[in-house]
Design a protein around this ligand. Structure first.
Ligand code: GDP
Length: 436
């Protein structure tokens, strides 16, 4: 999994938040400290960590939770959105003709990524061509030409020419008919003046749409220095972080992106040409936190909770009518398969519902509706009024069996009990432990 260690330490920080008896300054400080430790251990630079933790603290302590959301879930969301914020938006990539210059140190995965990118664009219906300007690493020419041959991608290279600038000049001329032209430049073992000069000279040959910096996820703190040097030379438009399939710490590369004010365009997640993913900040953080489709959940929950008919506050303060129960069942129904994540987050109290509620079929809901239609308003408001003679009347009126009416009433009692138990919030925490 991507950034395993960082993921698990962030997860335990968040678990602490979820398990806390109450959400106050002390617990927020504590959790923020854990998050700081997790990020620093993963090589994220201290400045960035401080920026992030100050933001989380400031927001968690000053912003009031929106209606229908408790403070625990509110803080959890702040942590999540701030993590998404520091890694920024993905570099926009237009699916149109363009030229791309790949830069980075030797071994970063530049050549592999060049082939992966050619594959990416050809799958999108564009015709790519690759120009090999890596005259420094002996195997680069053969590696790239073979990869291109396998992928059926146009390759331009001059095996015996050591003049990278001349090769790119010729290559750009030869590949004019192609939609996306990707230049794989030479890396070095370290940043050297010669390397930077070569990058600048190639950069000057044409108006490159993108200059992608390839960074190995394992690079650590020196990532920022590299990124700055390449950025000064050619103006990086996007970063590709490679080898995220390993157990690399990754934080160095993430910091470099933030330090140079660029963004991540793609991530490399394996050695084959298909192992390249468009970077998606939300998906990345969700995956890191092991939260699956948290973003979808949060949106869904907001949508449901914003409906006027789900009056969570009212339900939690005691009175729980049959209509309340019905609305809540409808809301839960809309959550559908998100139940698992749902039970992890004490979202406005909806996270603590008997399992049955999630399995309620449309037919069953319809049956309840019909039975409720045969009740008086008083009965719906206070189902305790309904004794056996009323049950018989309601059953007759709705064309249902008395057992069906009893079942509905029993169900109501169960939900009411769950609602009361939830006021303390303890049950939701139990659910949370189960998942994480
Ligand atoms: P270059 O010197 O920057 O051109 O580096 P290469 O493209 O030759 O890559 C160096 C090594 O990293 C090769 O063994 C690649 O197969 C490997 N590599 C590149 N990208 C990835 C990736 O995303 N995941 C994994 N696991 N290996 C990668």
């Amino acid at each position: 999994m991507v950034l395993d260690n960082l993921g698990s330490s962030l997860k335990s920080a968040i678990q602490k938040l979820a398990n806390a008896g109450k959400i106050d300054k002390e617990i927020i400080d504590d959790v923020v400290k854990d998050i700081q430790r997790a990020l620093i251990q993963a090589d994220v630079n201290v400045k960035l960590v401080m920026k992030l933790s100050n933001r989380i603290k400031e927001r968690a302590l000053t912003e009031a939770p929106p209606a229908g959301m408790d403070s625990r879930e509110h803080v959890l969301r702040i942590v999540y959105t701030e993590l998404v914020n520091i890694i920024g938006k993905a570099t926009p990539i237009a699916l149109e003709p363009q030229t791309i210059m790949m830069v980075g140190l030797q071994g970063s995965g530049k050549t592999t990524t060049t082939a992966k990118l050619a594959r990416f664009f050809s799958r999108k219906g564009l015709k790519p061509a690759v120009i090999c300007a890596d005259t420094y690493r002996p195997g680069a020419y053969d590696q790239l030409s073979q990869l291109c041959e396998k992928l059926g991608v146009m390759f331009y290279g001059e095996r015996d020419n050591k003049d990278a600038v001349a090769i790119v000049r010729n290559g750009l001329k030869e590949t004019q008919k192609y939609d996306v032209r990707i230049v794989d430049t030479a890396g070095r073992h370290a940043l050297e003046t010669e390397l930077i000069k070569e990058m600048k000279d190639i950069w000057g040959l044409t108006n490159f749409t993108h200059r992608f910096l390839v960074l190995d996820a394992a690079i650590g703190q020196q990532a920022s220095e590299q990124a700055k040097a390449f950025n000064d030379a050619v103006g990086i438009t996007g970063v590709v972080i490679t080898k995220l399939d390993g157990t690399a710490k990754g934080g160095g590369a993430l910091s470099a992106v933030s330090d140079t004010n660029t963004s991540i365009a793609f991530i490399g997640v394996g050695e084959t040409p298909d192992d390249l993913e468009r970077f998606d900040p939300d998906g990345f953080i969700s995956r890191l936190l092991g939260m699956g489709d948290l973003k979808a959940l949060v949106e869904k929950a907001n949508e449901v909770l914003s409906q006027k008919d789900v009056n969570v506050e009212k339900m939690m303060t005691g009175k729980f009518t049959l209509n309340d129960m019905y609305s809540q069942l409808e809301a839960i129904n809309k959550m559908g398969p998100l139940k698992q994540i749902m039970s992890m987050l004490p979202l406005g109290g909806l996270g603590n519902i008997p399992d049955d509620a999630y399995r309620m079929t449309q037919d069953k809901m319809q049956g309840y509706r019909i039975i409720m239609d045969s009740m008086t308003e008083d009965e719906k408001d206070d189902p305790k009024l309904i004794g056996s003679s009323r049950i018989a009347r309601i059953a007759m009126g709705s064309g249902r069996a008395p057992e069906d009416v009893r079942e509905l009433l029993k169900y109501h009692k169960m939900m009411q009990k769950a609602m009361k138990g939830m006021k303390g919030g303890g049950q939701s925490n139990k659910n949370l432990k189960k998942i994480m």
